[in-house]
Write a protein that binds this ligand. Structure first.
Ligand code: NAD
Length: 393
């Protein structure tokens, strides 16, 4: 049996990535998988339709593709027209955000499809590393954040000694030292900046230092490691103390890059209005957490760059991976190939919820939500419905 796996064209505004690159065709042939691609799906990532055809894929219009595919693969949530055309038994794979948009997952369960959301992949299972889209995309975003900051910052990043005098190196502060933060640190170091970084997970200190950056030790939060390698949310008191302590450090830096996230929650506010006001004119802040729900930086707006009255440029960069779409799509595509290698047996997607990887990512199957955290959001116990103000919705 041959399984037909289709890459759909992304519909979100500004999204330039595509879920499968042409090189995936050869990789998946061994699994008896044929690749279909929606016409124009890869164009914005510099993968034209002809490149897919030359690799052996079939390029189809959206209607035909939705009818023919067994599995639809996307970056973000497929749009309403795609969901309306789904039929029971099909599989949808993407970053479906069930914890921030459980209603969308419920719609997929109602459509009778198997929904697989790669943003739920367990990070601590080593055999899942090759499928880890959060890491691959965060890595691109962290790299791109530094290039964005360096371009907007109207001085040099490295120390430069020239006949016209010596330019001091930029002082860069990275807040949040997960995958994006570590890549930002490494990139800023390569450009010659002096880099400091901070994270609430004490384990990140050694990683920061191994990249040649200095780890800031704050006294306000002793450590906030949570489950699965992630950070836990801080209490309001801890958050206030952390913000106050960070403000003095932020003021001494020319460039601040923020990457802090807590799964399923609004990004924590790390750079307050007071901290932005304390920065020198010409300073730059890049907020990777910028979203409609608010980001790590007061005054940041997704996909917008604002210059404050005090001359600080704040770049709201919620989707930087999409700004390097060829690199990001190539990595995402490899992650999807690794996932399909894990899931597909005898030409069919084999669902096994006892598998610890699948338990994290299979959201809907056989007409029901099978992912406990999503179920808990859709059917909260009566007494817990109105108590959690910090959860993203
Ligand atoms: P993330 O995107 O959820 O968050 C980014 C960083 O923000 C994290 O390091 C987090 O600790 C930090 N943060 C959260 N709240 C903060 C606050 N108030 N102040 C300062 N920093 C704050 O994290 P991520 O990059 O997806 O990484 C999550 C974890 O998964 C990390 O421990 C990472 O090392 C781990 N990981 C492991 C593997 C693997 O072993 N296979 C792969 C990828 C990531």
């Amino acid at each position: 049996m041959v399984l037909k796996v289709a890459a759909i064209k992304e519909s979100a505004a500004g999204e330039r990535r595509v879920a499968l690159a042409p090189e995936a065709v050869a990789r998946l042939q061994a699994l008896d998988i044929d690749i279909l691609v929606e016409r124009g799906a890869g164009a914005a990532a510099w993968f034209p339709d002809e490149a897919y055809e030359q690799a052996g894929a079939t390029v189809l219009d959206a209607d035909e593709l939705r009818k023919t595919a067994d599995v639809l693969v996307s970056i973000g949530q497929p749009d309403a027209a795609t969901v309306a055309a789904l039929r029971p038994g099909q599989t949808v794979i993407g970053m479906l955000r069930p914890l921030t948009d459980p209603g969308y997952a419920a719609g997929l369960a109602n459509a009778g499809v198997t929904a697989i959301s790669l943003d739920g992949l367990p990070r601590t299972v080593s055999r899942a590393q090759s499928m880890d889209v959060l890491s691959s995309q965060a890595s691109v975003a962290g790299y791109r954040a530094v290039l964005t900051a360096a371009y907007v910052y109207d001085r040099y990043f490295p120390l430069l000694v020239t006949a016209a005098g010596t330019a001091r190196p930029a002082e860069v502060l990275v807040l949040g030292a997960g995958v994006a933060g570590l890549q930002a640190i490494a990139t800023a170091r390569r450009l010659g900046a002096v880099v400091r970084a901070y994270d609430v997970r004490p384990a990140s200190a050694a990683e920061v230092e191994s990249l040649g950056a200095q780890f800031l030790k704050l006294t306000s939060v002793a450590g906030a490691a949570g489950e699965g390698g992630y950070a836990r949310a801080l209490t309001p008191e801890e958050q206030q103390a952390q913000q106050d302590e960070l403000t003095a450090h932020i003021a001494k830096h020319n460039v601040v890059i923020t990457t802090a996230q807590v799964p399923g929650r609004r990004p924590p506010l790390l750079v307050t209005e007071a901290a932005v006001s304390a920065m020198s004119p010409g300073s730059v802040v890049v907020d990777l957490g910028a979203s409609e729900l608010g980001g790590n930086v007061a005054g940041s707006r997704p996909d917008e760059t604002v210059v404050t009255a005090g001359g600080v440029t704040i770049v709201g960069a919620g989707n930087l991976a999409s700004e390097a779409p060829a690199a990001a799509s190539a990595a995402y595509s490899r992650n999807v190939c690794a996932l399909l290698t894990h899931l597909v047996h005898d030409g069919a997607v084999a669902i096994d919820l006892a598998d610890e990887i699948q338990a994290g990512i299979v959201i809907a199957h056989d007409g029901a939500i099978v992912h406990a955290p999503t179920n808990a959001l859709l059917n909260p116990p009566a007494d817990a419905a109105s108590t959690d103000g910090g959860t993203a919705s």
